[in-house]
Design a protein around this ligand. Structure first.
Ligand SMILES: Nc1nc2c(ncn2[C@@H]2O[C@H](COP(=O)(O)OP(=O)(O)O)[C@@H](O)[C@H]2O)c(=O)[nH]1
Ligand SMILES: [Mg+2]
Length: 245
């Protein structure tokens, strides 16, 4: 995969070994070079050498955090990644064919004509210290074999749910519960309407109170950002707990 650079990523000033070279710090000597055996020139504080401007220390790049966007087929995973990614999201959409009729059901409300056949990828810089890399999983159960690989190194997951087709997200919830990966259930309110209220959805999904359940709009950048921040909170909470024990 090509390396990805955020347009908002601050450009780091000259850093590394080059920045620390004598030439960079003191400038290139212009006069005759001393013989190799000659003693090094004495640095006098009065000469003002210390006032030679030094390059600013390189800004540390943001910490990369991998988050999975999972859930059933046609629930809004690709839409979620596309809504927030600051790069053109890498998607692997393919036209759905008649072979999928009766197998891949996006629900009656969906005008979906394509499907993700490998994964979605996008990224978003939260602040100078944190950058999220989003990996959208394929929704169909037959791609379940990819999930172990995609989950490697992930700190958390957003399980996207269509409230009208709750059972589609059972495999994703099972997977993250078994894997012990912190996850948040994000109920994508298609057109602002939920088929059930959040308490009923929590009950139907049988997720404990420790699993946050939020309503969001997969098409809205700020709404997706808020849902992702809840995932980060969960991941941080777990990391803190593990450090204490
Ligand atoms: N009206 C509405 N349509 C949505 C919403 N989220 C996704 N969609 C549409 O639902 C279909 C499936 O979304 P997609 O992101 O491809 O689902 P995925 O299979 O989970 O990746 C697409 O046609 C989207 O445009 C939403 O919040 N409201
Ligand atoms: Mg998709």
């Amino acid at each position: 995969m090509d390396s990805v650079r955020s347009p908002e990523w601050p450009v780091a000033p000259l850093g590394g070994i080059a920045a620390n070279s004598a030439a960079a710090r003191y400038g290139s000597p212009t006069g005759p070079q001393p013989a190799a055996s000659a003693p090094p020139p004495h640095r006098s504080p009065a000469t003002g050498v210390a006032s030679v401007p030094r390059p600013a220390p390189a800004a540390a790049p943001p910490i990369p955090v991998k988050i999975l966007i999972a859930g059933g087929f046609g629930v809004g995973k690709t839409t979620t990644v596309g809504a927030i990614s600051e790069i053109a999201p890498l998607t692997t959409e393919a036209e759905m064919t008649t072979a999928g009729i009766g197998i891949d059901d996006p629900g009656v409300r969906s005008a979906k004509t394509t499907t993700t056949v490998a994964m979605d990828f996008g990224c978003v810089t939260i602040d100078r210290s944190l950058k999220l890399y989003l990996f959208g999983t394929p929704g169909q159960a037959r791609f379940g074999f990819m999930w172990d690989d995609l989950a490697r190194g992930a700190l958390g997951a957003l399980v996207v749910v269509d409230s009208a087709r709750l059972d589609d997200c059972y495999p994703a919830i099972d997977f993250f519960e078994r894997a012990g990966l912190p996850f948040v259930v994000g109920v994508n309110a298609f057109d602002g309407r939920l088929a059930h209220d959040l308490d009923a959805i929590r009950w139907a999904l049988a997720v404990g109170d420790h699993v946050p359940l939020v309503q969001f709009d997969a098409r809205d950048r700020l709404s997706v950002r808020d849902a992702l921040l809840v995932v980060l909170d969960r991941a941080l909470e777990r990391a803190t707990r593990e450090r204490k024990s």
